[in-house]
Design a binder for this molecule. Structure first.
Ligand SMILES: O=C(O)CCC(=O)CC(=O)O
Length: 260
C-alpha cells in the first residue's frame, strides 16, 4: 500500500490481528521494509506489524534532498495518523533508530516502547568526509558501486558465504535504493546530533547492537544506554550492522520478551 503523507507517498505493509498492539519497524539506510522479513513470523499473531519504507527508499517517493531527521520522523507520525494509530511500539535500526530517538523526544505520547538497534545518538563531525564520499560515489557511479562495501559492513564473511540468497536479496535492496533517497538520508544522518536531548526520553527503551558492528559500535549503544534512564542493552553475539538478520534468533527472542 502507498499513502500520501506530508508531500510524499509512503509505502507500508500492515499484518496482524485487528485490535492488537502495533509494532512499527523502521529500516536502515539503503534498505526497505523487507529487511524486517525475519521479524514478521514471530510477531504477527500477537501484534499488528507495521513496516514502512522510509522516504527515499523502497517504494516510497524519493524527492530531491537533503532530508532532515525531523522530516523522516514526521513521515512516521503522518503514517500513524493516516492509519488511525494513536500509539505504537517502535523498532528502528540505524537510520531507523535515529528516527526512533527523534520520535521519543518529540512525540513521546505516540510511543509505548522503543527499541533502538545498531544506531547512535549523533554522527561525529569526523565522519563527514565518509558521508561526502558515499554521496559522491552514489551520484557519480550509482548505488551498485556501494553495494559490496555496504554488505561487508552489514554481514560477516561467513554469513555472506553461507547465505548467498539472503545476501543477494539485501544487495538488491541496496542497488534499488534511489540515489536521491540515499543521498538525502546520508545528509540527514551526517547532521544528526541528539546527544544533548536524549536524557529527556522516558519511553521504556531496549537498545540492541551487533557485537561486531563497526559503523554504530557497541560503544555508541552504551552511550545511548547511559543517557536514557532505565534503558536495557543487549549485545547480539557475532552480528555486524544488520543484527536483526544475521542475529535474528537472539534479536527476536529479546524483542519479544521486551514487548510482552
Ligand atoms: O545504516 C544506516 O542506516 C546508517 C549508518 C550506516 O551507514 C552504517 C553502515 O552502513 O555501515
Amino acid at each position: 500500500m502507498r499513502v500520501r503523507v506530508n508531500d510524499v507517498l509512503i509505502r507500508y505493509e500492515m499484518q496482524g490481528p485487528p485490535g492488537a498492539p502495533v509494532v512499527t519497524f523502521s529500516h536502515s539506510l539503503a534498505a526497505a521494509l523487507e529487511s524486517w522479513d525475519l521479524q514478521l513470523p514471530p510477531l504477527r499473531d500477537a501484534y499488528r506489524v507495521l513496516r514502512m519504507d522510509t522516504r527515499g527508499h523502497g517504494g516510497s517517493s524519493a524527492p530531491p534532498g537533503p532530508y532532515t531527521m525531523e522530516m523522516l520522523s514526521s513521515d512516521v507520525i503522518g503514517l500513524l495518523d493516516h492509519l488511525d494509530i494513536a500509539r505504537t511500539h517502535f523498532v528502528g535500526l540505524s537510520l531507523g533508530g535515529m528516527i526512533g530517538q527523534v520520535l521519543a523526544v518529540g512525540y513521546p505520547e505516540r510511543l509505548d516502547r522503543l527499541v533502538l538497534c545498531d544506531t547512535s545518538n549523533r554522527m561525529p563531525s569526523e565522519t563527514a568526509p565518509v558521508w561526502e564520499e558515499r554521496i559522491r560515489t552514489a551520484e557519480t557511479q550509482g548505488m551498485t558501486a556501494l553495494a559490496r562495501e555496504t554488505l561487508e559492513r552489514w554481514f560477516s564473511e561467513a554469513f555472506r558465504r553461507d547465505q548467498p540468497q539472503a545476501t543477494e536479496r539485501i544487495r538488491n535492496m541496496i542497488v534499488r535504493t534511489p540515489v536521491a533517497g540515499y543521498t538525502g538520508c546520508c545528509r540527514a544522518i551526517s547532521r544528526f546530533d541528539l546527544s544533548g536531548e536524549l536524557s529527556r526520553v522516558k519511553v521504556p527503551t531496549l537498545i540492541m547492537v551487533g557485537e561486531k558492528d563497526e559503523g554504530t559500535p557497541v560503544s555508541a549503544a552504551e552511550t545511548i544506554q547511559r543517557q536514557i534512564e532505565g534503558s536495557e542493552l543487549f549485545v547480539i553475539p557475532g552480528a555486524l550492522h544488520l543484527s536483526n538478520i544475521e542475529g535474528a534468533a537472539h534479536f527476536n527472542r529479546r524483542l519479544l520478551s521486551f514487548l510482552s
